[in-house]
Design a protein around this ligand. Sequence first.
Ligand SMILES: NC(=O)c1ccc[n+]([C@@H]2O[C@H](COP(=O)([O-])OP(=O)(O)OC[C@H]3O[C@@H](n4cnc5c(N)ncnc54)[C@H](OP(=O)(O)O)[C@@H]3O)[C@@H](O)[C@H]2O)c1
Length: 255
Amino acid sequence: MSKSFEKESFESDNDFKNKIIMVTGASSGLGRAIAQQLGAKGANVIALGRDDEALGKTQSRIEEAGGRCLCIPFDLTDFDNYGKLFLALKDQVPHLDGLVHCAGSLKRCAPMQHVKPDVFKGALDIHLTAPNLLTQIMFPLLKRAKSASVIFTTCDMIDQDQPNWHAYGMAKRALGYAAAMWQAEQPSTGMRFNTINPGRMRTRSFERAFPGLSPATVPVAADIAPAFLQILSDETHDVRGQLLQASDLLEKVIH
Ligand SMILES: NC(=O)c1ccc[n+]([C@@H]2O[C@H](COP(=O)([O-])OP(=O)(O)OC[C@H]3O[C@@H](n4cnc5c(N)ncnc54)[C@H](OP(=O)(O)O)[C@@H]3O)[C@@H](O)[C@H]2O)c1
């Protein structure tokens, strides 16, 4: 971790200029696109991922766009290290205005009867346990913000009964409950918790999950990221505990 974010440097009337937002999966795909667009709007981005080099690329893009970025190479399935992550951040980061859970790792689809235990557990770890435990460990920093926005990233399985997605689909469906549960447990704070389905996007995960489909048939992550920025913005402070479709959010902006 190279730079610290000091309170004094956050003074601007821009919606994101005063904000400190953590984005997981920021080394690729949707997370990188969100991190980059937040950076371009002057946010202070805390970018998490495992690949140091890829995170460095995200950081360069953010800095070229005029934003600031703190890169944290971190394996989100190392649950024993969450405490250390918090301790490393708590004195550098005054608060967290947003936490976007984008990290994901899509291996092959398979019928449940053939899924190996370690593959099943691995999918639950990164898609369900990690976003919930990271929210839990970052809670003191989220609570210090005026109205922190936490976003869980789901997928079409949130409301579609598609076969072969095993623990990935189960975890993603459970995120709708996670956001509602967190929200119900925080009825009188400014904190808000929502789930967004980005829909299919032209990313590394898409290419792995749908090797037979042409990536050109789906939007790039940069076209979907503005839906997440909307829910991070103060303008949507009354959107709480909801399950949202990126396509609906983007349609509202366009029309
Ligand atoms: N693409 C689609 O069509 C689609 C559709 C619906 C939902 N989604 C969801 O959108 C989110 C973003 O996916 P994407 O399509 O942008 O995929 P992607 O390009 O493969 O990005 C996945 C990100 O997750 C990070 N990650 C994976 N495992 C990690 C771990 N153990 N610890 C820390 N970081 C980890 C990766 O970073 P490192 O490689 O640096 O670790 C990478 O930055 C995922 O939650 C995915 O389920 C995607």
